[in-house]
Structures are given as structure tokens and as C-alpha cells.
Design a protein around this ligand. Structure first.
Ligand SMILES: [Zn+2]
Length: 207
């Protein structure tokens, strides 16, 4: 595979980017001078070096020291340990936090789970189950699936429902999902505060 194809393959992995846009990005990069390319590489490398993955919620966050592996939200003792909200990605977490409609704990999946890629999702599901088990020791009473009302979000919710149900039978917590205040097709990332509050207050229990 030549350079152009390899780079296009990398851009296709960005959220919302299709093959045509990926090629446009490649041609854009090809037109930049060496200084711009060096700065771009430097920023990517520094971003990676300056962020840490939180051991509790799996969010990538900035400003951690070597000793600190827990993000400020997970380290905040004023937050409730009774609820754990599962979201797809960091921007969803940010949207929910901005709404101030929720004060429990989080788990960030880092992507959706498609039926064809369940093997790839296995380490993430394993980490999630370990987190739930640990939280049952700290008074967990509810796990909320807060996924987008899209087909990818539905597939992910369905899969997690199957995987978390056995734990919900073993421990005294309820498994719920956001109420459909979120209309079909809407993504958590773009939901406004009122919609999120509605969806949270009308969450439904899964069996
Ligand atoms: Zn965290």
C-alpha cells in the first residue's frame, strides 16, 4: 500500500470521516510545508504524552502526575457511588457533566460495540465488569446505559445488557437505560441540557 492509501486509512478511523473526506485530508497534508508537518507531529506526540487513561472510568485526561492514575472526577469524594453511568466516549461525558443533571460515577467505553466486533470489545467489557464488581463493594445501586439513540448505540446497549445482566442478578443493583426523551437518531454528544435531564429522569429499568 502506498503512503497516500496508508494515511487515508488512518483518517478513515476518525469519527464521522468517510473515504472521500479521508483522501481530502491526505491531499491537504501533502500541500503543507515541512514546518507545518513537524508541528502537527509534535502536537500529536505531546497530546499522547500529556494524557493518562484513568484507571477507574477509562477516560483519557490531562494534567496527571506519574503517581496519579485517577481523573479529578473519579477522585472527587463528593460524588455519589450509588450510580455508574456508561457512556460511549469522552465528549459524551463532557456533555453530561455540563448539564449538571448527574452526580454519580462514569465508565467511558471508548467506542461502540458492533455485533461483528465483539472480540475487539472484550478487553473493554472485561474492564467494565471489573469496575461494576468493585463498585458493588461501595454501595452501587444502579448502572445506567447512556448510549446514543442510533443503531450503533442500540447494538452497544443490547450487547452490554446481555453482559451486565448476570452481574445484576448476583448483586443488588438495577440496570437502566436513558428514557426516550432522546428522539431516534439523536446522539448524547449533541443533546441539550433539557433533553438530557428529561432522558435521565425518565430512565427505564432493564430486566
Ligand atoms: Zn476517571
Amino acid at each position: 500500500m502506498e503512503s497516500i492509501e496508508r494515511l487515508a486509512e488512518m483518517f478513515i478511523r476518525f469519527p464521522g470521516i468517510g473515504p472521500r473526506q479521508a483522501r481530502r485530508f491526505v491531499y491537504f497534508v501533502m500541500r503543507q510545508d515541512a514546518g507545518w508537518i513537524d508541528a502537527f507531529i509534535r502536537e500529536l506526540t505531546q497530546l499522547r504524552a500529556a494524557t493518562t487513561q484513568c484507571t477507574a472510568c477509562r477516560r483519557r485526561f490531562m494534567g496527571a502526575t506519574k503517581a496519579e492514575r485517577t481523573c479529578p472526577t473519579c477522585a472527587d469524594t463528593s460524588r455519589s457511588n450509588e450510580t455508574l453511568m456508561i457512556v460511549e466516549k469522552e465528549v459524551d461525558f463532557e456533555t453530561v457533566e455540563k448539564s449538571r443533571a448527574y452526580s454519580g460515577r462514569y465508565f467511558i467505553l471508548g467506542g461502540t460495540i458492533s455485533p461483528l466486533e465483539e472480540d475487539r470489545a472484550e478487553p473493554m467489557v472485561h474492564a467494565l465488569c471489573a469496575r461494576i464488581e468493585a463498585m458493588t463493594q461501595a454501595g452501587l445501586s444502579e448502572v445506567v446505559l447512556a448510549l446514543s439513540a442510533t443503531s450503533e448505540g442500540d447494538d452497544t446497549a443490547e450487547y452490554l445488557h446481555q453482559r451486565i445482566s448476570p452481574l445484576a442478578q448476583k448483586h443488588p443493583f438495577a440496570l437502566t437505560m436513558l428514557g426516550r426523551g432522546l428522539s431516534t437518531g439523536s446522539e448524547i454528544e449533541y443533546a441539550d441540557t433539557k433533553t438530557l435531564k428529561d432522558a435521565l429522569s425518565r430512565r427505564t429499568k432493564l430486566d
